[in-house]
Design a protein around this ligand. Structure first.
Ligand SMILES: [Fe+2]
Ligand SMILES: [Fe+2]
Length: 116
């Protein structure tokens, strides 16, 4: 999926693979009495058979007390919001580091586009 990400200028020939992304900015759940920030931008939209789409997310958490965690997860399909935008839920666990991991169950920021 990331292979389709256009790193240069988008041309009309590339437009079909130029899909929207979402920002996300939230915290993991508590683990061993601390949490980490998860911030970034999802991968581009990936179409599903039912006409919706989802996004891949991967990255590193913030640093706390000599460690961080990584994560790699697919979001839910698109969830329409009351104001005509859409969001995605992402649920999972970070990697196991320093004897623990962190759960997360959060929502991306919204974007206006409804097509992938
Ligand atoms: Fe989306
Ligand atoms: Fe941690």
């Amino acid at each position: 999926m990331y292979e389709q990400f256009p790193f240069g200028n988008v041309t009309s020939m590339q437009a079909e693979t130029y899909r929207h992304v979402h920002e996300y900015s939230d915290n993991t759940e508590l683990g061993q009495n601390h949490l980490h920030a998860m911030r970034g931008v999802t991968g581009p939209a990936i179409s599903t058979a039912n006409g919706s789409h989802y996004h891949c997310m991967r990255g590193l958490t913030s640093w706390w007390n000599d460690h961080y965690h990584t994560y790699c997860v697919n979001t839910s399909t698109a969830i329409p919001t009351d104001n005509g935008l859409h969001v995605h839920v992402y649920t999972g666990q970070t990697t196991f580091n320093m004897g623990h991991l962190h759960d997360y169950n959060k929502t991306t920021l919204a974007v206006a586009i409804t097509a992938p």
